[in-house]
Design a protein around this ligand. Structure first.
Ligand SMILES: Nc1ncnc2c1ncn2[C@@H]1O[C@H](COP(=O)(O)OP(=O)(O)OP(=O)(O)O)[C@@H](O)[C@H]1O
Length: 517
């Protein structure tokens, strides 16, 4: 692994003398050491001798083509960030270039400012990669972990594992709660796999995914002709699962009538098919999960209190990922190893800087979001390492918005200067009050202007609120944010609650309190 010297080295490979001259002039102005080669062949030997950080490579040259040179260069110096300069309209070349591991491409003729920005971001990526090589590798995940499939060294997860061990062997009903994507289904499956019923059937039913009029038939079966469309007798999940374990996911979404029947199955071990008066005995262990606030639903009488107590004999509460950040590196490692195993490819890694940035993320979608983000970034990463530039822009932006001091965003191809008085775009659904605040607030956009962070957006929010209201700043801010989220979600409370990170019940209370209904 090369050690990045203080002065970044840029190699320009192009047979056009004038262009090389211009590039050298502008890049030297940035204090880069600029090397030149007038052909692909010469470029390869320069790359070998000087180990440049960034290579600007022309595609169309006499002798070896840029695309050919690109492939050799990747072999000679895999850590160099290569920018291919192609003629306008050569889409296929561009695709090929990215496939062969180019950092980026630029269409000729280009503006020198543009190539400068691109070179800067390539240098930042090169530093990121270089640092990654020197720092400790991410914690290792063993093959056993991949097979077992549950990662968690945080004390919160260790407690969860302990509980799984304690409850698995008995037939006790277990309720797993936690935000969406925290791994409730995974935990339910682990309880089953470690139970005495492990050799018997396990059936998971997502109560939210089945229409209300079909769920009873799905769970308990039906007799032929019991309702329109019931052309045959059907055996329900409870009967199919006799002797085994049934996992009722999203139980908070179940209608009250079905809840009554579930209670009977739990208490008496009895069910009835829809359209039949015959009672059938079943021996089923029940596990349930929800991300709904069942206690509040009990108060609202939308969830049966007796069923709640019956299901809640043992409760495993999964903490959101943001409360167990120490699990993030290992989870990433796990996802990357599993991806490599499934796609029969080499395992990719993540640079320490990208990892550090992700450590500051709030993970509203928990482990499911982490999984998706890592898959997506690994696919986009050109080399064998995920760099900051490969992370989804919206996530990087969210991190910067929440913590303006976070590591700098990688500059993208073009950085548009951001006016000091930039304003938030005001959506038409917003209330007058939100709009009034927004107009005076600089956009909470973390975009940096040539590496200079913009002023802290919260300061501006604070000032704006301070100017307009002398008391209750927090309430005004909360009201404005809730109105904004409701605007964004088109009035959908579930979505708005997700955006705001509050329960729907709390959101409802606030809507009443602030008269936003
Ligand atoms: N501790 C963990 N280790 C490894 N993978 C995990 C872990 N927790 C969750 N996952 C993975 O994250 C994804 C989401 O998990 P799961 O479906 O169990 O979440 P959930 O809480 O049931 O979500 P929802 O409430 O939306 O149904 C799955 O692909 C799962 O394999």
């Amino acid at each position: 692994m090369s050690h990045a010297p203080i002065t970044p080295k840029v190699l320009v490979i192009d047979d056009d003398n004038d262009l090389r001259y211009s590039l050298k002039r502008v890049l030297s102005g940035r204090q880069y050491e600029v090397l030149e080669a007038a052909s692909g062949e010469e470029g390869l030997s320069m790359a070998e001798q000087h180990n440049p950080h960034v290579i600007l490579l022309d595609n169309r040259m006499g002798g070896m083509s840029g695309m050919e040179a690109l492939q050799h260069l990747r072999g000679i110096n895999p850590n160099a960030m290569i920018i291919l300069m192609t003629a306008y309209g050569t889409t296929q070349t561009t695709i090929e270039a990215m496939k062969f591991g180019a950092f980026d491409y630029i269409m000729k003729p280009f503006d020198l400012k543009k190539i400068l920005t691109l070179t800067e971001s390539a240098i930042a990526a090169s530093k990121d990669l270089d640092k990654a090589g020197k720092e400790e590798a991410a914690p290792a995940v063993s093959n056993e972990d991949i097979e077992g499939g549950i990662i968690g060294s945080s004390s919160a997860m260790q407690e969860v594992f302990k509980m799984i061990g304690q409850v698995a062997a008995s037939d006790v009903t277990v309720m797993v709660t936690g935000e969406s994507g925290t791994g409730k289904e995974l935990i339910a499956r682990a309880i089953y796999q470690n139970s005495l019923r492990a050799q018997k059937p396990y059936i998971a039913v997502n109560c939210a995914a089945i229409p209300e009029n079909l769920i009873e038939s799905e769970l308990f079966g039906h007799e032929k002709g019991s309702f329109t469309g019931a052309t045959n007798q059907r055996i329900g999940k409870f009967e199919l699962c006799d002797g085994g374990t049934i996992f009722l996911d999203e139980i908070g979404d179940m209608a009250l009538t079905t809840q009554t029947k579930i209670l009977r199955a739990l208490q008496e071990g009895e069910i009835q098919r829809v359209g039949s008066s015959e009672t059938i005995k079943v021996n089923v262990r029940m596990l349930a999960a929800t991300n709904k606030p069942l206690e509040e639903m009990v108060k609202d009488k939308t969830f049966r209190e007796d069923l709640y107590y019956r299901l809640n004999v043992v409760r495993i509460q999964l903490p959101p990922l943001r409360e167990r950040k120490e699990d993030v590196p290992k989870l990433i490692d796990f996802v990357l190893k599993r991806l490599a195993r499934d796609s029969k490819a080499d395992t990719k890694s993540i640079s320490p800087e990208a990892l550090a940035l992700l450590n500051q993320y709030r993970w509203p979608g928990n482990v499911r979001e982490l999984e998706n983000l890592i898959y997506r970034s690994a696919v986009l990463a050109q080399g064998d390492m995920i760099l900051i530039k490969d992370l989804p822009q919206e996530v990087v932006k969210a991190i910067h918005a929440a913590s303006p001091s976070a590591a700098p965003e990688p500059s993208t191809t073009e950085v548009e200067p951001v006016a000091e008085d930039a304003v938030v775009e005001v959506a038409p659904q917003e209330t007058m009050e939100t709009a009034a605040v927004a107009e005076r607030v600089p956009a909470p956009d973390p975009t940096t202007l040539l590496g200079q962070p913009l002023p802290d957006p919260y300061d501006a929010v604070y000032q704006a609120l301070r100017d307009s209201h002398d008391t209750n700043i927090l309430e005004h801010a909360e009201r404005a944010l809730i109105a904004r989220a409701l605007g964004e979600s088109g009035g959908k409370q579930v979505r708005a609650a997700e955006i705001l990170g509050m329960t729907r019940a709390t959101l409802r209370k606030r809507i009443d309190q602030y008269d936003l209904g």
